[in-house]
Write a protein that binds this ligand. Structure first.
Ligand code: GLC
Length: 551
């Protein structure tokens, strides 16, 4: 494997839920053999790094985020040997692999928890957080993460005769990372997967992992970020150029802390940008994007953002100002069934936007913003959601490979599938699938291939300095990113009416990417006074976009 410590600056990340991706053995559940067979799809698309959602042995009551054994592959997904074969096959294609590190909590079926609850003297007791009497007034900042599905963070355990702490579901007891033995266990887990060849970890619930759990003195860490620094040191030592990509959906003024001085997380999922980007799309104006670029902290040179539009959880709008949040709900989740937890939306992006031109606009914008882009399986063909499924399962339906039974996901009986494949209507597998889009040069899939190739050809976006440009039309977001490898200017029209804006550029721009019809030509009002800068007129269709290299 090529050693390039900063590979993540320009990586296109792609999240795969193994159970919903491809079923290789015909039992209705996705598995590693199925995923190996489909690696050609990721290769053709231009994906650099696959992030695997949890595939570990699990009662699977939270999509595998309830881990019962950190050192294995759930039987439903294959064997550890299949996993190694997958890592090898991905490596041959130059695709890196990140695995989910879910160590804020375990499943209540994990042997540590079983022993902890059965024996007060077990060394595993202090792996978790126990109280005899939960506080009468729960800390408002430490409530259940899934309101409506859980109403407490303290559940009583009959065997232990005590209450245990869980920020997520009651079957996910929180680990006590203030206990050095727990931190040693986490290092062992990381070591195991690094030795099997992974390129790093997506650190689940990093914010909660280092929190003062339950507000108790016994779980308070003197240096919470020291936990992440230790993980990073360990990964750097054992894992060559392996990285930590963290889920830290925290207050804007705390985000920079997760990068430390370049000695904590390498990459952070950019939840803040996501919410404001969706607000800009909903409001059809650039202003929310300008605001979020001001809100996002400066990050150390070693750090990077992973920018995304949707993931496989809810689209969390909780950090938006009320007016923006309401605008998003009104535009994209008009029915109550589309919302979740009072703060989010359980839909995929394609049906939220509804219009092919607007989908292109959204992803073109995403890929042009400072950071590295992340897609979730199915984004590349514009998959929809199934609102008849409970909660977040709506956006976790099986990958649609072809206009074949079960969308080509599995040869099993439809009743035996892990979740139903979306069928019929505008988003069913008959209308939206990989095989058909691969053949069609005008398909969204082929468009994504071009977008990814363009992003790879513009490394300035990953590391350059970003400047928002002033334009006359409030619906247009224009920015310039300049790096060692040149500059990119990108112009995006968030509204559906055609427009033209004028921007001063050094040199003669060449179009790097854009919808047919986007054009750039010298504006009539020639110069802005400086020697070389000259005004250029960008003509854009409704939802039009255009990236140029200014010189
Ligand atoms: C993260 C995951 C989510 C899961 C939760 C609990 O937020 O993204 O899917 O439910 O952690 O592990």
């Amino acid at each position: 494997m090529a050693t390039d410590e900063r590979w993540y600056d320009d990586a296109v990340f792609y999240a795969v839920d193994v159970e919903a991706f491809a079923d290789g053995n015909g039992d209705g559940v996705g598995d590693f053999p199925g995923l190996i067979d489909r690696l050609d799809h990721l290769d053709a698309l231009g994906v650099d790094c696959v992030w695997l959602l949890p595939f570990y042995p699990s009662p699977n009551r939270d999509n595998g985020y309830d881990v019962a054994d950190y050192y294995g592959v759930d039987d439903r997904h294959g064997t550890l040997g299949d996993f190694v074969a997958f890592v090898r096959a991905a490596d041959r294609l130059g695709i890196r692999v990140l695995v989910d590190l879910v160590v804020n909590h375990t499943s209540d079926q994990h042997p540590w928890f079983r022993r902890a609850r059965e024996d007060p003297d077990s060394p595993y007791r202090d792996y978790y957080v126990w109280v005899d009497d939960p506080p009468e007034w729960p800390d408002p900042d430490r409530g259940p993460v899934f309101p409506g599905e859980e109403d407490t963070v303290w559940s009583y355990d009959e065997a232990a005769e005590a209450f245990y702490y869980h920020r997520f579901y009651h079957f996910q007891p929180d680990l006590n990372v203030a206990n050095p033995d727990v931190r040693a266990e986490i290092r062992n887990v990381m070591d195991f997967w690094l030795r099997l060849g992974v390129d790093g970890f997506r650190v689940d619930a990093a914010t909660l992992m280092i929190d003062n759990k339950g507000g108790l003195e016994s779980t308070r860490l003197d240096d919470p970020h020291g936990v992440i620094r230790d993980l990073r040191r360990f990964v750097a030592r054992r894992g060559d150029d392996a990285v930590l990509l963290a889920e830290a959906d925290d207050e804007p003024d705390r985000l920079a802390d997760y990068f430390g001085d370049g000695d904590e997380c390498n990459v952070l999922l950019n939840f803040l940008l996501d919410a404001y980007l969706v607000a800009a799309l909903a409001e059809r104006r650039a202003d929310p994007l300008r605001r979020v670029l001001d809100l996002l902290p400066a990050i150390p040179e070693e750090g990077q953002w992973a920018n995304f539009l949707r993931n496989y959880d809810e689209l969390n709008l909780g950090r938006l100002p009320t007016a923006d949040r309401e605008a998003v709900f009104e535009a994209f989740a008009p029915d109550e069934a589309m919302g979740i937890y009072g703060r989010g939306i359980r839909r995929r992006l394609a049906p939220m936007l509804g219009d092919r031109d607007r989908i292109e606009l959204a992803y073109s914008l995403l890929f042009s913003l400072p950071g590295a882009p992340l897609l979730v399986y199915g984004d590349e063909i514009g998959m929809g959601e199934d609102l008849s499924l409970p909660g977040r399962d709506a956006v976790r339906t099986p990958m649609q490979w072809a206009d074949e039974p079960n969308g080509g996901f599995s040869p099993a009986d439809a009743d035996d599938l892990v979740r139903p494949v979306i069928a019929g209507g505008g988003y069913g597998y008959e209308a939206v699938n990989v095989a058909d889009q691969r053949e069609d040069p005008d398909s969204l899939l082929r468009w994504f291939g071009r977008l990814i190739r363009t992003r790879h050809a513009c490394p300035a976006i990953g590391t350059g300095a970003c400047e928002v440009l002033d334009v006359d039309d409030p619906a247009v977001f224009a920015h310039r990113i300049a790096g060692d490898d040149g500059a990119v200017v990108a112009v995006h029209n968030l509204d559906d009416s055609p427009t033209a804006v004028s921007i001063a550029l050094d040199g003669d721009p060449t179009v790097a990417f854009g919808r047919d019809g986007a054009s750039v030509r010298p504006a009539d009002d020639a110069t802005d006074g400086s020697e070389r800068a000259r005004a250029w007129r960008f003509d854009l269709d409704g939802y039009g976009y255009c990236w140029v290299r200014p010189d």
